[in-house]
Design a binder for this molecule. Structure first.
Ligand code: ATP
Ligand code: MG
Length: 351
């Protein structure tokens, strides 16, 4: 098989991790008879600072026919986050109907969790985050500006179709895994949207009689993800809550530099997009020490999504082996002093 993959290295450590990783992906794919062609797009904040746009007007047309998209990171200390979000990430997620955001959290052998007493294998859950609507729906405005007070409204939009799609994806994952699904809401305070979410979970649950369902509020759920991460299997949450949970998920499993994610178009009408959970990491940019593993694992998720499980498995195993080997190079986030390139080379050795 042969695939065309659009790559958007982006900003900060994005280009550092993506550029180092592409040859490795070529190598992993070709060993399994899979050909890939990467087309690179220079979209991001540098372009914004020059032109006022994160990406060109016809950006989505340029990549709509790609088989998949690999993104590094976007963000810049001088560019407000809402510009990077609304100028690039959200249009791609929304226009390509990438309704399902999938973010696994795994404590790998050889990695230390900031949580005491946890060992490899103890933490292994995946968060399914609703990715195109909810609290990120752009509904609202500055509705009143008086002399002495101002009012802003930000509404969350939850469609039955969107909610069912994310909830069903989570149930399907739970059925394949340990059969346990936790729905995270705030139904006690958000009496319209989150009770609707609860209704959808209850309806979809009927299709999955063997999956056990638990429901937690976001406050208690965040606490429990730190207190008893070993008990979670699949979590499902709205856009905002999922965002929060996945940063917790990334850090309890050892490093932001290890956490991959996929933005998935479930009916394959448009390309899906894979990206590390981390951002542009301005504090370490230019030092060549960013951990490339989150990007490699995101690419592994990309290959799995294309149906190339052999390539995906090879990348997962190679990363696991490097992490488990005390003598293998590790970047500073994992307590080592190796460079991005050293780690990529070590992964390549183990393919
Ligand atoms: P952005 O605004 O682009 O989201 P950010 O300020 O939120 O950036 P992140 O990129 O999410 O920052 O990084 C948070 C922390 O994790 C930083 O201290 C960063 O150095 C570290 N970090 C993130 N990614 C990596 C990586 N790949 N390797 C090593 N450390 C990382
Ligand atoms: Mg960030």
């Amino acid at each position: 098989m042969s695939y065309e993959i659009a790559t958007i290295p982006g900003d900060g450590i994005g280009p550092e991790v993506v550029d180092e990783t592409l040859p490795l992906l070529h190598e992993a794919a070709s060993r399994h008879g899979v050909e890939i062609e990467f087309t690179e797009y220079d979209w991001g904040t540098e372009r914004y600072l020059e032109t006022g746009q994160m990406m060109p007007d016809d950006a989505l047309d340029q990549i709509v026919d790609a088989d998949s998209i690999l993104l590094g990171a976007v963000g810049h200390p001088d560019v407000p986050d809402h510009i990077t979000l609304h100028g690039l990430l959200l249009p791609i997620r929304k226009e390509f109907n990438q309704q399902v955001c999938k973010r696994p959290s795994i404590l790998f052998d050889g990695v230390e969790s900031p949580l005491r007493g946890y060992e490899s294998g103890d933490i292994d859950f995946v968060v399914y985050r609703e990715n195109t609507e909810g609290e990120y729906s752009d509904a609202g405005g500055r509705v009143h500006q008086g002399f002495d007070h101002e009012v802003a409204v930000q509404s969350a939009v939850h469609t039955r179709e969107g909610t069912e799609t994310i909830v069903r994806a989570a149930f399907e994952a739970a059925r394949e895994r340990e059969g346990h699904m936790t729905s995270i809401t705030k139904s006690n305070a958000q009496a319209f949207s989150m009770t609707f979410w609860d209704d959808v979970v209850e309806d979809v649950a009927e299709e999955f009689p063997n999956v056990e369902v638990e429901s937690l509020l976001i406050d208690a759920g965040s606490m429990d993800l730190v207190r008893r991460p070993e008990e979670f299997d699949v979590l499902v949450a709205s856009n905002l809550f999922g965002d929060i949970l996945t940063d917790i998920g990334a850090i309890v499993s050892g490093s932001m530099g290890l956490a991959p994610s996929g933005n998935i178009n479930v009916d394959d009408e448009y390309p899906s997009m894979f990206e590390p959970v981390h951002g542009s990491a301005p504090d370490i940019v230019g030092q060549g020490v960013a951990n490339p593993m989150a990007t490699v694992l995101s690419a592994a998720m990309l290959f799995e999504n294309l149906g190339e499980d052999d390539v995906s498995d090879a990348l997962w195993s190679a990363v696991r082996e490097v992490l488990a080997d005390d003598d293998a190079p590790a970047t500073p986030d994992l307590g080592g002093s190796a460079s991005t390139g050293d780690v990529v080379a070590a992964i390549e050795d183990r393919l």
